[in-house]
Design a protein around this ligand. Structure first.
Ligand SMILES: [Zn+2]
Length: 259
């Protein structure tokens, strides 16, 4: 009898331990979604992300941005003071990639580190058994699910063909959801292989291309660069790389060419 009671108590405790955190998180998110801050809406209304969206997606973006700002921490580095403009601009572009999802891909993201300009990271690489260390200036970095690092100067340079926030958060999606980098399945791999061939011939013939040549670095970089083009130049990507566009439309649940 006692053993039975202990088993029941343990089972109940396990259920509470699993269910309670997600119930509390959902209640907190209900409060965060509530539009109680007109300043935030005014700031969000000035972002590039907001201006291009149809009304129904604007409402969804606002909810996502409120949750993002309520749950994620922004840290200014190298003397940069984090302002509301910095928080909202970054959150708006990061949340564009969530618009087609029911789940919050950034749940494990703890902090967004923002530098005033490019930042330098040490890098080790090996060639013919010789390990070399060198410093590399970066505009953004996302190499695990706990943090994303950005250069504010590069964030505000976003435009056709370039969006460092979308690029780094595409890497984040990649890590968090296992979209690509070999885990995208044979269909995605076939699409990447064909796109690489088209990119290489464009490079060889010095033809301009909607995808930056940096996308040839690796499968992971191809995914991030293709996502930038998907958001920033959707019509051009759809025209030049229709299979890439179709795959990204399915992965993100979005159709930016129709916005
Ligand atoms: Zn990258």
């Amino acid at each position: 009898m006692w053993a039975f009671a202990v088993v029941i108590a343990l089972a109940a405790g396990t259920i509470v331990a699993i269910v309670l955190p997600s119930l509390l998180r959902e209640r907190r998110r209900e409060r965060l979604r509530a539009p109680d801050n007109d300043l935030l809406r005014a700031r969000l209304g000035r972002t590039r992300a907001w201006k291009r969206l149809p009304p129904a997606l604007r409402r969804r973006l606002e909810e996502l941005v409120r949750i993002f700002l309520g749950e994620r921490t922004f840290i200014g580095c190298a003397g940069l003071r984090i302002t509301e403009a910095i928080r909202v601009d970054i959150a708006a572009d990061a949340c564009l990639l969530l618009l087609g999802h029911q789940r919050h891909v950034y749940d494990d993201l703890q902090a967004i580190l923002v530098y005033p300009d490019e930042f330098v990271v040490p890098e080790l690489w090996e060639e013919n058994g010789v390990v070399t260390e060198e410093s590399r200036p970066l505009s953004g970095q996302s190499w695990d699910t706990s943090r994303v690092i950005l250069s504010w100067t590069d964030v505000i340079e976003a435009g056709p063909g370039y969006n460092v926030v979308v690029h780094e958060f595409a890497h984040y999606h990649d890590y968090a959801a296992g979209f690509t980098s070999g885990s995208g399945g044979p269909r995605w791999q076939a699409v990447v292989t064909a796109a690489f061939e088209a990119l290489e011939s464009a490079e060889a013939e010095e033809r301009p291309c909607v995808l930056d040549p940096y996308s040839l670095e690796s499968d992971a970089e191809f995914f991030a660069v293709a996502t930038e083009a998907f958001i920033e130049q959707p019509e051009a990507l759809q025209e030049d790389f229709p299979d890439v566009y179709t795959e990204l439309r399915t992965l993100y649940g979005l159709d930016p060419a129709k916005w």
